[in-house]
Design a protein. Structure first.
Length: 272
């Protein structure tokens, strides 16, 4: 594998990055650094206003922390080949463009959009910054989940991003061929490792939660032990919103000390 192939890059329609906007980015960096063992560095030039703190694990990009004046929250970015063309596709499919496409330095081009139900997400046309370079390990991003009371909104995402949702695979959203992309690039053993999983699992890029909660995108991070991570988060000033055990995971939704919510997820597959 050459260097370009070995770096994780994301096809059109695959969620590729997450960041959080916080009133006090430095305090957020201290919290997440202690909780997830992140190291952070500022991607902004020294003479530029503001900051964009890139979080790393083992030297690989996993997320970012930025200043924000609104309610603290986590954002999900979806990879696209052309941010301008995809923003137009969002509007044609019934969504809206909240912030029009603009360059984010040399890293890429982005836009903030909303689906027809108002759930916000961001587009990411990668240039130098390809997206999360490590995922699905303790301390790294695992998944983003769309919470909605009306799953027909997936027709919008199918039109814009080519997403597929199988009624027989509740909660799984796929980009067909993504598993083969991973097998050919950064994860050659994916099919063998997931041989016990449902058909098409390697193509899964996001989750769907049908709920009466306010529509929106929520992020989850992998942890080695949910209860230990919850206890650590509480010691660091977070609060627990809810917890649940599923067939495949042990989860807890927490609010960080500034109020941004995220899910801590421990993978606990059924015995095979």
């Amino acid at each position: 594998m050459n260097d370009e192939t070995s770096r994780r890059h994301y096809p059109h329609g695959v969620p590729s990055w997450v960041d959080t906007e916080q009133p006090d980015p430095e305090a957020a960096a201290q919290f997440y650094g202690a909780l997830f063992a992140w190291e952070v560095h500022d991607a902004m030039p020294p003479d530029a206003p503001g900051s964009y703190l890139i979080a790393t694990l083992d030297g690989q990009d996993v997320a970012a922390i930025a200043p924000g004046t609104g309610a603290p929250a986590w954002n999900t970015y979806i990879a696209c080949d052309d941010a301008d063309a995809t923003a137009l596709a969002v509007q044609r499919a019934g969504g809206s463009v909240v912030d029009p496409p603009q360059d984010a330095g040399p890293g890429g081009r982005t836009a903030t959009c909303a689906d027809p139900q108002g759930s916000r997400f961001r587009l990411w046309q990668a240039r130098r910054r390809l997206g999360a370079q490590l995922a699905n390990v303790p301390g790294a991003w695992n998944f983003s989940d769309l919470h909605t009371a009306d799953p027909s909104v997936l027709d919008f995402y199918a039109s814009v991003f080519g997403w597929v949702h199988d009624e027989s695979a509740a909660g799984m959203i796929r980009v067909p061929g993504y598993g083969e992309h991973l097998a050919a690039t950064v994860d050659p053993d994916i099919h063998e490792r997931q041989r016990f999983a449902p058909e098409g699992f390697a193509d899964v890029v996001a989750g769907l939660a049908v709920t009466d909660d306010r529509p929106g995108w929520q992020v989850r991070f992998t942890v080695a032990d949910r209860d230990d991570s919850v206890a650590a988060a509480e010691r660091l000033g977070a609060t627990v919103v809810s917890s649940a055990d599923t067939e495949w995971t042990r989860e807890a939704v927490i609010a960080d000390p500034q109020g941004a919510q995220l899910t801590l997820s421990q993978f606990t597959p059924p015995a095979t």
